[in-house]
Design a binder for this molecule. Structure first.
Ligand SMILES: [Mn+2]
Length: 354
């Protein structure tokens, strides 16, 4: 089933008459259009893609299931005209994306139509991946693994965090990535206690741990991988927390399967870390879904009601952070299958002492 069909099926289940989409990943998911500006209007009968002059030709090629409508500037009057033409009384829209100004303008232009929240429908649709999406995700993960290997070749005392980040980024681009999933994190020594310590000009010193968190976009799909390595012999406490994080990460990998909730899976890793006395030093969720966005559903967190299903892709990324000392995180992207979880990122997880 293609994505438009899938979304229409969910619209029918939720008795939603029409859907208005402008969030870029949702737009790409449903239509295939990769440009930076377009609006989708979907009913049971019609699928419209409204865009400006710059993207008309591209939209016709990328979104063959859609009728392409060229709008002027501003776009909203044409959108409102189409909503009225289609006789839409209830229009689903993305409350978490549309800004207040656009919302107010839509309400003024469409006094006859009710605007209703439709975020959950699209989040649900995207959480379970099809074969083509899984193929792109696997390639994005394999490229990230290659980048980690390249980083190991340059990681030595005297190199800066930014130089290591550039090696990761250049390797991913040369291997076919179209961009990065997020700003590359390289956090060495005491900076390792910052879970999102973006690469700085700091120089690596022997005896430090270095946390690398990186990922790329391949054919629209993101990878997200973290490894912590040691350059020379690190403080004993970091060696100790490394083995705890590794144990927690492996336990979650073994527990991840269809039917387990995000909350239960998070607890598998969190209990191990807490049992060693580091519960307060693991202050973020265990993981999140990965797809067209690097952070998407399902969340793997203490409050997550999501139930894992076959063909979801989620991260497994416990960490322990000790301010003034450093930190450790290990992250893989996992594909949920009927037989359990399969790692899409496959770089070694034992503590590498370089
Ligand atoms: Mn992540």
């Amino acid at each position: 089933m293609d994505h438009l069909q899938r979304v229409r099926q969910l619209m029918e289940e939720e008795e939603l008459e029409a859907l208005f989409i402008c969030q870029p990943e949702n737009r790409r998911y449903v239509s295939g259009f990769t440009g930076t500006s377009a609006y989708l209007l979907i009913t049971e009968e019609e699928a419209l893609l409204l865009t400006d002059f710059r993207y008309v030709e591209q939209a016709k090629t990328q979104a063959p299931a859609f009728t392409i409508v060229q709008h002027g500037n501003p776009a909203l009057p044409e959108i409102a005209r189409q909503v009225q033409r289609l006789g839409i009384s209830h229009l689903g829209f993305e409350t978490e994306f549309i800004n207040v100004a656009t919302y107010q303008a839509l309400k003024e232009l469409l006094p006859q139509s009710q605007l209703v929240a439709a975020d959950a429908l699209l989040i649900r649709a995207r959480a379970v991946k099809d074969a083509a999406e899984l193929e792109a995700l696997q390639i994005a993960c394999t490229i990230a693994d290659q980048a980690f290997q390249a980083a190991l070749d340059v990681l030595r005392p005297g190199i800066t965090e930014r130089e290591i980040a550039w090696t990761l980024e250049r390797t991913m681009r040369e291997a076919g990535a179209s961009g990065l999933s997020f700003d590359t994190i390289v956090a060495s020594g005491q900076r390792g206690s910052m879970p999102h310590g973006v690469a700085s000009s700091k120089t690596i010193v022997s005896g430090e741990c270095v946390t690398l968190d990186f990922g790329c976009i391949y054919d629209g799909y993101c990878s997200d991988e973290t490894r912590t390595v040691a350059v020379g012999h690190p403080p004993e406490q970091l060696v100790e927390i490394y083995s705890i994080v590794k144990e927690a990460q492996e336990a979650a990998l073994q527990a991840a399967q269809p039917g387990i909730s995000g909350r239960e899976l998070d607890a598998v890793a969190r209990k191990i870390i807490a049992a060693h006395g580091f519960g307060d030093a693991f202050g973020h969720s265990l993981g999140h879904g990965v797809g067209l966005a690097v952070h998407e559903a399902p969340s793997i967190a203490p409050n997550s009601e999501w139930i894992l299903q076959e063909n979801m892709v989620v991260t497994d990324e416990p960490g322990i952070y000790l301010p003034g000392i450093g930190g450790v995180r290990i992250e893989d992207d996992l594909l949920i299958t009927a037989e359990g979880a399969k790692r899409l990122t496959r770089a070694p997880r034992e503590l590498l002492i370089l």
